[in-house]
Write a protein that binds this ligand. Structure first.
Ligand SMILES: Cc1ncc(COP(=O)(O)O)c(C=O)c1O
Length: 405
């Protein structure tokens, strides 16, 4: 009993020290807590996601989600692989492309073109698979330099990677041009839609991002635990070739599920990502996600206007990205002050822009708080900084008068 009490007080103390995720404005991970999801959480806590054939509800969620993504990205003849997140999806996409290119094109020394602003997971996954990474520089819009792609692509290129909303600056690569180059060189394209996959399809844009619009599109990864609003551990990989997962994955005897083809990488895994994604999709539907995406952008504009009125610069990236990068003379000091007020973010120097500041990711359930409490804290910081400056000036002024008299 004593032990239990000790553990409880230790846990309570530790948990108290954790900051609230509500104030985590730097992360892309969803902080939304759908009460409906939480009602059923306990049932799914220890269900192994790989046992989908055994647990009927899980296989039902999977089928519904598959249908959803095939429709959203116009890929009815393709396939959808459930993963634990974008990194697993990227590793699988590169693996499938490598195997297919070897068998169908005889490519034994494959390379992938990866833009400099890509998330580090792309380069890491390629290296793990022994695929040469050819880094592509950025142009003055901080997106993939098309001319450099043309120079670096060759007959051993198995994928041209493109980013649909970049992690740092929120830009989107020129998907149409990259698709044209890939087609011309008889190769394929991969889109990293970790962030954009749950934003772009819901907005009115003239972007082309579906499998029917981009002929060379081989695969796309999406993180569901970002703007899909699922619990952590949710991702998908969309593949154009329906048969590819059958061709390049092994079988496993799985107790409750019988003999299974393993299209994903991990075996035992949490089913919370799958369950919560399904529940959110059913609850909010297309129109709900559309309303959320529009709200992120509206908040981004209002936040930018206010921060600019305080003298900060805001890099906004694509007009469709839900984030901004705040910089300015005292941005590092502001970041430190905000940390002290419980806001999770940190200042760093962003490559390409060459500016030091911090990123704000506008997520569901943070919009109002950003416009109210967050802005109030920025205002307080500015007032304090001005007071300090006034004090310093009056001290220096008094010193000068003393010296004169
Ligand atoms: C653009 C991009 N790609 C890939 C990833 C990796 O995603 P995950 O954390 O779901 O593995 C991230 C993570 O932030 C990202 O921003």
């Amino acid at each position: 009993m004593g032990n239990l009490q000790n553990l409880q007080s230790q846990l309570d103390k530790l948990i108290k020290e954790d900051p609230s995720e509500q104030k985590n404005i730097g992360t892309f991970t969803a902080i939304h807590k759908n009460p409906f999801v939480y009602q059923y959480l306990f049932h799914y806590l220890n269900k192994n996601v790989v046992d989908r054939a055994g647990y009927t509800s899980l296989s039902y969620f999977e089928k519904t989600i598959e249908k959803y993504f095939k429709k959203l990205f116009d890929n009815k003849d393709g396939s959808v692989v459930l993963t634990a997140g974008s990194t697993e999806s990227i590793l699988l996409a590169f693996h499938y492309a490598r195997e297919k290119a070897k068998d169908e094109k005889g490519i034994t020394k494959p390379n992938i073109l990866v833009p400099k602003h890509a998330h580090y997971s792309l380069k890491r996954c390629a290296k793990m698979l022994n695929i040469e990474v050819r880094e592509i520089g950025l142009n003055d819009t901080h997106t993939t330099d098309i001319e450099e792609v043309k120079k670096k692509i060759d007959r051993n290129t198995i994928l041209v990677a493109a980013i649909m909303i970049a992690t740092e600056l929120g830009v989107i690569d020129d998907l149409i041009q990259l698709d044209a180059i890939a087609k011309e060189h008889d190769t394929w394209m991969h889109i990293d839609g970790a962030i954009g996959g749950f934003i772009i399809p819901y907005l009115d844009t003239d972007l082309r991002y579906t499998f029917s619009q981009l002929e060379s599109l081989f695969s796309m990864n999406i993180s569901c635990h970002k703007f899909g609003l699922s619990l952590v551990g949710g991702g998908v990989l969309l593949l154009r070739d329906k048969k590819i997962t059958q061709a390049y994955t092994g079988n496993i005897e799985y107790l409750s599920s019988g003999n299974k083809k393993m299209a994903g990488l991990t075996v035992t895994g949490s089913s919370l990502g799958l369950f919560s994604l399904y529940t959110n999709l059913m609850l909010y539907k297309f129109q709900g996600y559309r309303k959320f995406a529009k709200k992120y952008l509206k908040t981004k504009k209002e936040l930018t206007d206010i921060l600019q009125s305080f003298g900060y610069s805001c890099y906004q990236g694509s007009p469709y990205s839900p984030q901004l990068f705040v910089y300015g003379e005292d941005a590092s000091r502001l970041s430190k002050y905000l940390l002290g007020q419980g806001w999770l973010q940190h200042a760093y120097t962003v490559e390409g822009l060459g500016k030091t500041g911090f990123r704000i990711v506008i997520k569901k359930d943070q919009e109002q708080m950003l416009l109210n409490e967050f802005i109030k804290d920025v205002r307080d910081f500015k007032l304090l900084a001005n007071q300090k400056l006034l004090l310093k000036n009056s001290y220096q002024g008094a010193h000068a008068i003393n010296r004169l008299s």
